[in-house]
Design a protein around this ligand. Structure first.
Ligand SMILES: Cc1cc2nc3c(=O)[nH]c(=O)nc-3n(C[C@H](O)[C@H](O)[C@H](O)COP(=O)(O)OP(=O)(O)OC[C@H]3O[C@@H](n4cnc5c(N)ncnc54)[C@H](O)[C@@H]3O)c2cc1C
Length: 496
């Protein structure tokens, strides 16, 4: 099976992919400017791009200026990259993190392009404009615990890493369990502590003393995640990852991937392929520009980080529709997630150090700021349009809130959101690593509601695979696409 093109091999391939590099230099020919002039021109373009990226976001975020619904980005032919070393499909948290890490490590050694259809907006179709950003290590799989531990470290150092503070608030997570889940929770806590995540089991008696405002009549045990658990500003995380990736030289292109072009490579033999001379490599991305024009980007390697659209894009690469290894689809679909802000002025209101509480059915709530506001939410098991957020609140959220927080009056919902997130139907876990058939495709998707907190570690892992041809920091081999081929699911038991 062909996998993981080594970096040197990659550069060798790229020599042939970037015709601009072998143009003759000439000072007075406008088609082939002197290299120094060309460098200044490119730098000028980069600065303009950074400026056009920041202006609308900072205006919106910090000056509360009315948002321009569709700010346009000026893109000239110098900005559009017809060739690149690494093409990243999707500029959400995961794709932007992969770009950030690749460029942080390789700088000028790699030309990295991100295509993002909603650029430069912080995506409004997922939660990135919401103040959720929950981060916890209350998992069973060591991979998820370690990735989240790294996430906490990254968030704490975000000012140094990204130049933007993601305002990590380490107030902890408290997961409640019934008798049925008590043993699993204990086992998970043991693994978490062995790996350096501090979690503490709390009996009902201790829960009563620590959190007197909680009703715990139906609770058998609680697990409190301490200083590495909390929440952060997810839009600041995305803003920071994108802007730093751009500062390092990543090209973000506002466009939508609509197809791939393939190239027959008769010398490549793929294990499991029925006939020889039939390997068609992924060669070019066909993208639709904002003005409707169709353009092509030739790439050496491609990273699929398109969130809820990942399966659809995989199909364009014949994944799930071809034969042999290509028969196996990318098992990523959409799931609904509902979030609400409510106000609670009752005397019983939990104090400022209140953790995010995860209830028996997965409903969670946490404090939001200092004015008695709370955020609560619930993930649905479906993506049915008929699941109205008002109905979900009344049936799935409100009964738990009223009881758990000992509320005597229905809380006042101030704002509500209904969004989809990418859900891996195979085993509810991220898929990270090379595709088994294509030797130049890496997958980073399917994080099933954990994509924000895991993004720093996932981006770093993808950069390691591309640059070092192996995982260097956290071994994520078990989360690769291969587990789907051999039908070895990696189930997580997070109770949320
Ligand atoms: C309400 C809600 C609350 C959540 N809370 C948390 C939380 O507390 N903690 C946490 O860790 N996670 C949370 N999540 C999950 C988290 O938002 C996702 O897991 C994460 O955003 C996934 O990141 P991503 O980069 O993989 O995908 P996305 O953020 O979906 O990014 C994919 C990008 O690809 C782009 N794209 C798609 N198709 C194309 C195409 N054809 N061409 C070009 N671009 C394309 C999209 O525009 C998008 O920007 C929550 C999700 C929701 C909905």
């Amino acid at each position: 099976m062909m996998k993981n093109i080594a970096f040197t091999q990659l550069l060798k391939i790229n020599k042939f992919c970037r015709p601009t590099l072998i143009r003759p230099f000439s000072d007075n020919n406008s088609d082939h400017p002197h290299p120094i002039k060309r460098t200044f021109k490119l730098l000028g373009n980069d600065m303009r791009k950074v400026k056009s990226f920041f202006s609308p976001l900072f205006e919106k975020k910090f000056n509360n200026v009315e948002e321009n619904p569709e700010p346009t980005i000026q893109m000239d032919d110098n900005e559009f990259q017809t060739h690149c070393d690494v093409l990243i499909i999707g500029g959400g948290a995961v794709g932007s993190s992969a770009a950030y890490w690749l460029k942080k490590k390789a700088r000028q050694g790699l030309n990295v392009v991100v295509i993002e259809k909603d650029f430069p907006h912080l995506n409004t179709k997922n939660c990135l404009t919401l103040p959720m950003g929950g981060l916890r290590q209350q998992f069973l799989l060591p991979e998820n615990i370690e990735m989240s531990l790294y996430g906490a470290e990254f968030m704490r150092n975000s000012k140094e890493e990204l130049g933007i503070d993601v305002r990590f608030e380490p107030h902890g997570f408290l997961t409640l369990a019934s008798e049925e889940n008590a043993e699993t929770l204990k086992r998970m806590s043991q693994i978490q502590n062995e790996l350096g995540a501090r979690t503490e089991m709390l009996t009902p008696e201790r829960l009563k003393i620590k959190f007197p405002w909680l009703d715990i009549e139906d609770v058998a045990i609680g697990c409190q995640g301490l200083e590495k658990h909390g929440w952060f500003d997810s839009s600041n995380l995305l803003l920071g990852l994108r802007s730093k990736a751009m500062e390092y030289g990543t090209h973000f292109i506002k466009s939508e991937l609509i197809d791939f072009k393939f190239q027959n490579q008769p010398d490549v033999i793929i294990e499991g392929a029925s006939t020889i001379n039939t390997y068609n490599a992924l060669d070019k991305a066909v993208v639709k520009m904002p003005n409707g024009e169709t353009r092509f980007i030739k790439f050496s390697l491609c990273v699929l980080a398109a969130g809820t659209n990942s399966e659809q894009i995989a199909k364009l690469a014949k994944i799930g529709t071809g034969s042999g290894l290509l028969k196996i689809p990318l098992p990523i679909t959409k799931r609904n997630n509902y979030a609400y802000t409510f106000n609670n002025d009752e005397i019983n209101t939990p104090g400022l150090g209140t953790p995010c509480v995860v209830d028996l059915n997965g409903t969670y709530f946490r404090r939001d700021g200092l004015s008695g506001n709370f955020i609560t939410g619930f993930s649905s098991c479906t993506d049915k349009e008929s699941d109205q957020k008002e109905t979900i609140f009344e049936t799935n959220v409100l009964p738990y809130l009223m009881r758990r927080m000992k509320l005597s009056q229905k809380p006042n919902v101030i704002e509500s959101w209904e969004h989809t997130f990418e859900y891996n139907v195979f085993d509810e876990n991220g898929i990270i690593g090379p595709h088994a058939y294509y030797n130049n495709l890496y997958i980073a998707s399917g994080f099933s509601g954990l994509g924000l907190q895991l993004a720093p570690a996932v981006g770093r892992a993808i950069s390691e695979l591309i640059i070092d041809a192996q995982f260097r920091t956290i071994d994520l081999t078990r989360l690769g696409f291969d587990r789907i081929i051999v039908d070895r699911p990696m189930f997580e038991h997070a109770l949320m």
